[in-house]
Structure formats: structure tokens, C-alpha cells
Design a protein around this ligand. Structure first.
Ligand code: FE2
Length: 185
């Protein structure tokens, strides 16, 4: 890995750990699960698409298909406000082989094409909602990437984001409907 990328991931890991250590900043509009599948709420996209921050909300037992990102990514688990059901952990499995890794609240997991990009993420619990915050080195909802079937065959997809009408809670790309929320200092 190039030194600049390593430094970026190290810095990002530290910042994301700081962010997910707080559990009171995520608005309800960006923390609602969906019985039909996990939700991806865009929290912020850099104006030049250099990075994006996304809240993933996982209903009980929900999981992604096996997929890649093609860019660097950081995954951090957080607890949610006490008024909502708490999340506790996630699992991530790399294919085609590898032990599932539980990501506990406050822990940060990194993915990238150089350190391992193809994986699956799942709510480790079958009876509660989980929330994780992901940071990617692009506008991840617009990136053309792939999902993989059991035989390893790639199929292109673009994930997009859940439609909240509030695309960026930390500054707007659209300029409209922005919540003025920031993580606690
Ligand atoms: Fe992923």
C-alpha cells in the first residue's frame, strides 16, 4: 500500500472511531430500518466526490450480497440512542474463504482493493437492529461496482442511497433541506 493511502486510512480510522464513539448524533430520519432490506443513508458526500459517509441500518439478520467497492472504505460500528434498539456487532466475511470477523461497537474495519475488497457484511444478530457508519473514497452510491454469485461471477451494480430528501446532513450537495447536525465535540 502506498504511504499516502496508508496514512489516509490511519487518519480516517481514528476519526471514524471518534465519530462512532458517540451515539446521539444520528437523526431518526437516517436510522430507520426497513423490513425489506438494509438501508444506506447518505450522511455526507464531498463536493468533489473524494469521499462519502454513509449510515447503514441493518434490520435483524439482514446482510449484503457478496460485493466489492473498488475504492477504499472504513466501517465503524456504533451504538444508537437509547430510545432506539441498540446495535451490538457486525460480521464481515471475505470470500472465497476466511473467518467471519465480528466488528464490535467502536471498532473500525478497513477494506480496499489492495488489502481486500470482496466481502459480505451482515447484522450479527437476528433479533435487533444494528447501525454502522461507513466512509468510502468516492461517492459510493454512484460507483459502478459488482456483486458476486456463489460461483464468483460478477454482476455490475450501482447501490445509490435511501431516499430521505435530506441527502447531506453535514453540508449539502443539493443545498436544500439540510439538517445542521454535527457530531458532539
Ligand atoms: Fe462493503
Amino acid at each position: 500500500m502506498r504511504p499516502a493511502r496508508r496514512k489516509l486510512l490511519e487518519s480516517g480510522r481514528s476519526l471514524l472511531a471518534e465519530l462512532v464513539a458517540q451515539d446521539d448524533w444520528l437523526p431518526d430520519t437516517h436510522a430507520a430500518p426497513d423490513v425489506l432490506g438494509y438501508r444506506q443513508y447518505l450522511l455526507h458526500c464531498d463536493g468533489l466526490s473524494r469521499f462519502s459517509v454513509v449510515a447503514f441500518v441493518w434490520g435483524p439478520g439482514q446482510a449484503t450480497p457478496v460485493h466489492d467497492h473498488t475504492v477504499w472504505g472504513l466501517i465503524g460500528c456504533c451504538a444508537v440512542p437509547k430510545s432506539r434498539r441498540p446495535m451490538r456487532s457486525m460480521t464481515q466475511s471475505l470470500r472465497p474463504k476466511g473467518a467471519a470477523r465480528r466488528i464490535e461497537p467502536g471498532e473500525i474495519e478497513a477494506v480496499s482493493p489492495t488489502i481486500g475488497d470482496i466481502h459480505r457484511v451482515a447484522n450479527a444478530y437476528a433479533d435487533r437492529t444494528s447501525i454502522s457508519i461507513h466512509v468510502y473514497g468516492d461517492d459510493i452510491g454512484a460507483v459502478r461496482r459488482s456483486v458476486y454469485d456463489e460461483a464468483g461471477n460478477a454482476r455490475p451494480f450501482v447501490s445509490s442511497y435511501a431516499d430521505t430528501g435530506l441527502p447531506n446532513i453535514w453540508g449539502a450537495r443539493s443545498g436544500a433541506g439540510v439538517l445542521q447536525l454535527k457530531p458532539s465535540p
